[in-house]
Design a protein around this ligand. Sequence first.
Ligand SMILES: [Zn+2]
Length: 338
Amino acid sequence: MDNDLGVPHRKYWLDDGSLVVKLGNDLFKVHRSVLVRQSPSFYPSLRRLTTNDEPPPSDGRGIEKSKTFDTETSNDAERVLIDNTPVFSVNPQMTITTRDFEALLTYLYRDIPLNASANDSFHDVYHLLRASSPQTCNFPEAYAWAVQLWSDMFAAHPLTTEFGTWKNLHDALAISSDLRLKTVEKALFYAIVVSPDIHLEVPSSAETPSDAQIPHSSDLIASSHTQLSRRDYQRCSQLMHIIINHFTPMLFQPQTAGHMQCTDVLADRWMPLVVQPALANDGVYKPLETLRSMANIDWANEGLCESCISEKRKEWKEDAIDIWDRMDEWIELIDRNE
Ligand SMILES: [Zn+2]
């Protein structure tokens, strides 16, 4: 089909569709009833195209103009039809992409059962979140479902989660922040701080970093596999700074145990077994991982008694949970100082 309005979508051009949705250069022929049933506001927000909006087609193939005037518009412009179907455009202020809208239609037409455990589900859920949110097309049921999948995908526990293996961190953080998904945002903040792929510059003082410390060449700061927006880069750098300030004294503090003899073992072995490996592995800003490594040392072999070992391991778990809880206020502090 040739027309000047755009390209019919290869999948969502449904023969019995009742309206054509134009998004950029893409045309989707879908059912009004399907849209209306699931969203209170999307269909009313669409704008019906008239001949005032678009240049007339050069040869008219595939496009007809209605013989009647559109009573929904305030002027006498003729409606634009394709296949005798009215054409509507998405409000350009809705910053959604074709892939976002495809994910929404996939959900609405139940074409693919999305599954949070599937390896490739990140992008499906990401685009559905973007399209269905209250800030965009506003499909409450689809959005609630996407938020649930997203929260499962980035569920985190301070004692067990392997944050270093998480992927797609920059996109995930950007949308979680936009949509104010605080629990996911916190987990992603931490994952970015400890990511082997993202290299943050730690601000040299506790102050908000000055412009001089942030590269100016671009709003995006590229590292080997990922890009963070400048704002997120600054927020993550500041969080890293706070973590280092909090955790470094804990790391260097002499540990005590229930018995004098066990305290002596800790004092003797702390530097070679804990501090030096932590310094070598950037452990000062990976507190959860460092605390886990501390617990995993074979302390019995070093001469610590069983009761002191279990006491110390319990303490280190509590330290990890405490740091995780404090991150909420640290992130709030960073956002307030922006
Ligand atoms: Zn002991």
